[in-house]
Design a protein around this ligand. Structure first.
Ligand code: AMP
Length: 184
């Protein structure tokens, strides 16, 4: 049973690593950013309500995200475990997740913090070329991360549920250290 929360700034490599670990462990990779991008492409109700926030690098309002995560974690495929990537993004979302998991009779194993220097983050995001990977939005996303998401690290650290990984290294090196402490 593997239940993991991947935290860290935008461009830290959470998504890439989550994909690898999800495949190795045979569990779903749940990326709220990816779900939002799909909803925006499909122009669904969620997509229409979320797009202006995503484009500006702001967090999408909690009421949209919390419903989404509740639905996703109620799917059958999450019984064998999951990796959350990009959620929780603020302390309110972390508290909601605690309540939701208690209702589901589940518990997260660990939160993993991908620590990466700003310079590397910016280089990676510019190389990625997503619509919200332009210089102005990147600056805002890093600011939003510091203000709203970084406190989530302390939330898990205080409970001794946080493991930090040096994410400045190559994809392969980061995967090796992740596999080591996750016993995968
Ligand atoms: P990501 O792919 O995780 O970098 O997310 C891309 C964008 O989606 C973010 O800049 C936010 O606008 C939005 N987003 C993703 N996850 C969340 C979340 N948990 N809460 C609020 N907004 C989110």
């Amino acid at each position: 049973m593997t239940r993991l929360i991947f935290l860290g700034p935008p461009g830290a490599g959470k998504g890439t690593q989550a994909q690898q670990v999800a495949e190795l462990a045979g569990i779903p990779h749940i990326s709220t950013g990816e779900i939002l991008r799909e909803a925006i492409a499909e122009q669904s109700d969620l997509g229409q309500r979320a797009s202006s926030y995503v484009d500006k690098g702001e967090l999408v309002p909690d009421d949209l995200i919390l419903d989404l995560i509740k639905d996703r974690l109620s799917h059958e495929d999450t019984q064998s475990g999951w990796i959350l990537d990009g959620f929780p993004r603020n302390v309110n979302q972390a508290q909601f997740l605690d309540q939701l998991l208690a209702q589901l009779n589940q518990q997260a194993d660990i939160a993993v913090n991908f620590a990466v220097t700003d310079q590397v983050l910016i280089e990676r995001m510019l190389a990625r070329g997503r619509k919200d990977d332009n210089e102005e939005t990147i600056t805002r996303r890093l600011q939003v991360y510091r203000e709203q998401t970084a406190p989530v690290l302390h939330y898990y650290e205080e409970r001794n549920e946080l493991q930090s990984v040096d994410g400045d290294r190559s994809v392969e090196e980061v995967t090796v250290s992740l596999r080591a402490f996750l016993n995968l």
